[in-house]
Design a protein around this ligand. Structure first.
Ligand code: GUN
Length: 344
């Protein structure tokens, strides 16, 4: 914000004037303009919990509210289940095809969970397990068959893929109408230009969490740490679409903390254990932790140092139980959306 002493009075401004510390006249319009960003950024913040005692509130450290992704995901799954039942009642059940190439243990867990989520929500699913030495041609042939299958509305090829397969070629082979991961360039282009299309599940889930927290994004400072195609970049686009002022930081950003400390909304998606600490956070900010890492003790943790961050932030997502369940829920939302479009 510009200091009052730096503002100059111009004749077209209102006659009502005030004086700055140096005695210079300052038009009210200028004064209001100069404080507007501060007001806007305060408006972006959620209301704090009412203090039980004003005295205690003044002296005790702040403890952020928890943005419970698991609970929100549960309510989203319940809504998806209703939509799935409505489609099934019309004899047009929704179907998701999941493909896993190889036996990566983490990927195996992820795909098992996706299939389980479908089952519980009334979405039909298929799981193709293909051997680690599958050729690109064989995988592309499988995708072509699924593209042509009217019972399948969403296709998800679990990443990463073995080195002999070009992941980009595989993603591009999926019909954009069935691209429930939102990774196809057609989906990315639609997001960039504000056209309808599938949004990648993690950033889409983050937007739902922000909505749930009551965040006013218009005019808010949003900082995304991470520039991946599947989280950082689409996250920035979605925040921009919501009228936030967006900064994308990455591994080459100079003075990362100077950026993160300005953020009303901070999304950490770098994949580095506890790299965002409390001193890097603006008091009252909404902190979204997309990271899914293991600490030295093998414990699941995010990109944010939860203990120090929660003393400063207004809202914070836990790991686990924050963004992860929302990513899974948004895959169901995209799948049901694809099935509904196909049934129209
Ligand atoms: N690997 C890790 N996360 C994802 C995801 O969201 N989609 C796919 N297809 N692969 C992944």
């Amino acid at each position: 914000m510009q200091a009052l002493s730096q503002l100059s009075y111009t004749p077209e401004e209102p006659a009502i004037v005030r004086h700055d510390r140096c005695g210079a006249q300052v038009g009210w319009r200028r004064v209001l303009d100069s404080i507007a960003p501060a007001i806007a950024s305060r408006a972006a913040l959620p209301r704090r919990r009412e203090p039980s005692s004003p005295q205690l509130f003044r002296t005790a450290p702040m403890t952020a509210r928890i943005l419970d992704g698991a609970a929100l995901a549960k309510s989203i799954r319940a809504e998806v289940a209703q939509r799935a039942a409505a489609l099934a009642a019309r004899d047009r059940p929704a179907g998701l095809a999941v493909i896993l190439v190889g036996e990566d243990p983490a990927s195996s867990v992820y795909v098992r969970n996706k299939v389980k989520d479908c089952e519980e929500s009334g979405i039909r699913s298929t799981l193709d397990r293909m051997p680690a030495d599958t050729t690109q041609a064989a995988l592309l042939a499988r995708i072509a068959a699924l593209n042509a299958d009217p019972a399948i509305h969403g296709i998800l090829v679990q990443l990463p893929l073995p080195p002999q397969i070009d992941a980009h070629a595989v993603i591009e082979a999926i019909s954009p109408a069935k691209d429930v991961d939102g990774f196809h360039v057609a989906s990315a282009g639609a997001l960039m230009t504000g056209q309808p299309g599938f949004r990648p599940c993690t950033p889409y889930g983050v937007m739902k969490m922000l909505e749930h927290a009551g965040a006013t994004l218009r005019g808010a400072e949003a900082v995304v740490v991470g520039r991946s195609n599947i989280v950082g970049k689409p996250q920035a686009m979605l925040l921009l679409q919501a009228d936030a002022t967006v900064t994308i930081c990455h591994s080459r950003t100079r003075d990362l903390a100077a950026h993160t400390r300005r953020a009303d909304v901070l999304v950490a998606a770098v994949g580095r254990t506890k790299m965002i600490t409390g001193d890097m956070i603006k008091p009252g900010a909404i902190v979204i932790d997309v990271g899914m890492n293991r600490d030295e003790a093998g414990k699941l943790c995010g990109d944010v140092d939860f203990d120090s961050a929660r003393e400063v932030a207004g809202w914070i997502t836990p790991v686990p139980g924050g963004v992860g369940p929302m990513t899974r829920a948004m895959l169901l939302v995209n799948t049901i959306e694809a099935a509904e479009r196909a049934a129209r």
